[in-house]
Design a protein around this ligand. Structure first.
Ligand code: DGL
Length: 263
């Protein structure tokens, strides 16, 4: 059994392309459709109800487009809406959550930092997960206010971004963290800058690779994997200016299609 239908991926904007890259690397022959809901970014300051209804809208469109599985490439949407999506839709739904547990297992200093949106840090799912980390470990939570709008404009190394990151890292460095968890799929685009700002002993963890592995496992488990060895169709739709998404996909420009679409 095999299935050539596309994998559907959505995010509040361009950030989830960091997850798409991991998925495409691991599953290079799978067709994919990516929705960047940039018109509604950032999700991180919206109410839980708004995040749920935007997530439903994106999922419905991907299913109308024939997707066989949905990857919620957004921590904010996952932590606030995934249980509703799983109840409402009859396809496998994979979500992305901050990698608190792997960081907690590895930390030597017993202090880990997490940078995420307000919506993720305040979600019941995140509060439950972080509550399961043993209490000899301190989690320094910082809201990355303003980072998503900057990344949506492609500003991953300008003065404003540097100043914000310095401010957000300060309490973490003061607490002697040795792991920084990136709890937002936009933030992997800040890794080069973060590496410049962080001491070498601090490792950065994001969840992209783990999500790609999980996607592969679930496709195999449900007999949904494609057996094709042909060039896949890699479609991207943004409901805002497509310049930034094109910028983040520039290494793939010869094989992807990027279009504006209202949704
Ligand atoms: N990429 C989204 C996430 O992972 C950004 C959220 C937002 O739009 O605020 O949380």
């Amino acid at each position: 059994m095999f299935n050539n239908k596309p994998i559907g991926i959505f995010d509040s904007g361009v950030g989830g392309t960091s997850i798409w890259k991991e998925i495409h690397t691991l599953l290079p022959f799978e067709n994919t459709i990516y929705l960047a809901d940039s018109k509604n970014a950032p999700y991180g300051y919206k109410s839980v109800d708004e995040i749920i209804s935007l997530s439903i809208k994106n999922t419905e469109l991907l299913l109308e487009m024939g997707c066989k599985i949905i990857v919620v490439a957004c921590n904010t949407a996952t932590t606030n809406a995934i249980s509703i999506l799983r109840k409402q839709f009859n396809v496998p739904i994979i979500g992305i959550e901050p990698a608190i547990k792997p960081a907690a297992l590895k930390t030597q200093s017993k202090n880990i930092g997490i940078l995420a949106t307000k919506g993720t840090l305040n979600s019941n799912l995140f509060i439950t997960t972080s509550g399961e980390v043993t209490n000899d470990i301190s989690i320094i939570e910082v809201i990355g206010e303003g980072l998503v709008p900057l990344i949506e404009k492609g500003n991953i190394n300008n003065e404003e971004t540097i100043l914000l990151l310095k401010r957000y890292l300060q309490p973490m460095l003061k607490a002697n963290i040795d792991y920084l968890v990136l709890g937002c799929s936009h933030y992997p685009y800040l890794i080069p800058l973060l590496k410049e700002l962080l001491p070498e002993k601090v490792s950065i963890i994001d969840s992209g690779e783990a999500i790609a592995r999980q996607t592969k496992n679930i496709l195999e488990l449900y007999n949904l994997a494609s057996l094709s060895k042909e060039n896949p169709k890699l479609e991207f739709y943004s409901n805002s200016d497509i310049k930034t998404i094109q910028l983040f996909l520039r290494d793939y420009s010869d094989k992807v299609s990027v279009k504006y679409r209202s949704f």
